[in-house]
Ligand binder design. Structure first.
Ligand code: CO8
Length: 257
């Protein structure tokens, strides 16, 4: 499939996906959704990719769902077509995804960043759920993921007032993993990806799955789930390689098996 609203490249086990509609601040229309869902399904299937970085071209990560596309839609259009339902396919990507947030991450853009596993933000990044100003609410998982990420007090503040927060506040409230100087954003995100890319894909997928599960289940269930996945990794050659390398004081050479 050739992509028109995103760019996709990969090298040395790292994929870089860039949302590329800078003239509309990377507003997320249905074509972007379909292309992102498709490329991340490819990434999941590609044994040469361990980790991805998702970013936006220009001065936005994404300034939300495309308001011009949504504006004329009726309830039936939205409901029958399950409008934006395919974002679940992106959220279901089993390999780690780092959001490199270069600017505005608003509405669906903030929700998209929160579907990723780590958010690395430029000091120029701005986050917000401004849908209330449009007469609606978050609709791509924001009420759930934001509340789980930052707690009720801050989530209610952002969702009810629609105010934007800057990168420093996003860092303080635990919405992002790291904040870096704007010019260092992509190097930092690719550097984190490089660290991750050196590890064994089965253990990366297990780690992503267990931390994701932690947000869904009780502590007892989560601990049991983690233990089973942990035990399962002893069936991989890479567990033998990783532990042998430590004992033999050498770098591990993982084979994803
Ligand atoms: N949709 C469509 N076009 C957009 C969007 C958007 N979300 N955001 C910006 N644009 C366009 C502008 O219309 C403008 O286009 P044009 O040049 O043709 O007029 C261009 O991008 C540049 O934008 P501005 O001129 O407004 O740039 P400013 O620097 O003045 O302002 C802002 C930047 C503050 C980011 C401003 O553009 C803004 O407020 N954008 C809208 C932000 C917003 O409300 N986002 C939430 C959208 S709703 C949503 O995301 C719901 C998600 C859940 C959907 C689930 C469905 C089931």
């Amino acid at each position: 499939m050739s992509y028109e609203t995103i760019t996709f490249e990969h090298n040395a086990r790292i994929a870089l996906v860039t949302i590329n509609r800078p003239e509309s601040l990377n507003a997320l229309n249905q074509q972007v959704m379909r292309e992102v869902a498709h490329v991340f399904a490819e990434i999941d299937r590609n044994p040469d990719i361990a980790v991805s970085v998702l970013t936006g071209e220009g001065r936005a990560f994404a300034a939300g769902a495309d308001i011009k596309e949504m504006q004329p839609q009726s309830f039936s259009d939205m409901y029958v077509d399950d409008f934006f339902g395919q974002w679940d396919r992106f959220a279901a990507c089993r390999k780690p995804v780092i959001a490199a947030v270069n600017g505005f991450a608003l509405g669906g853009g903030c929700e998209l960043a929160m579907m990723c596993d780590m958010i690395i933000a430029s000091e120029k990044a701005k986050f917000g759920q401004p849908e209330i100003k449009l007469g609606v609410t978050p609709g791509m998982g924001g009420s759930i993921r934001l509340t789980k990420a930052v707690g009720k007090a801050k989530a209610m503040d952002m969702v009810l007032t629609g105010r934007m927060i800057d990168a420093a506040e996003a860092d303080r409230i635990g919405l992002v993993s790291r904040v870096v100087e704007h010019d260092a954003l992509m190097d930092t995100a690719m550097g984190a990806a490089k660290e991750i890319a050196d590890y064994s894909i089965p253990s990366l997928m297990a780690a992503k799955e267990m931390v994701g599960r932690a947000l869904e289940v009780s502590t007892a269930e989560g601990v049991k789930f983690e233990r089973r996945l942990f035990q399962g990794l002893f069936g991989t050659a890479d567990q033998k390689e990783g532990m042998s390398a430590f004992v033999e004081k050498r770098a591990a050479d993982f084979k994803d098996k």
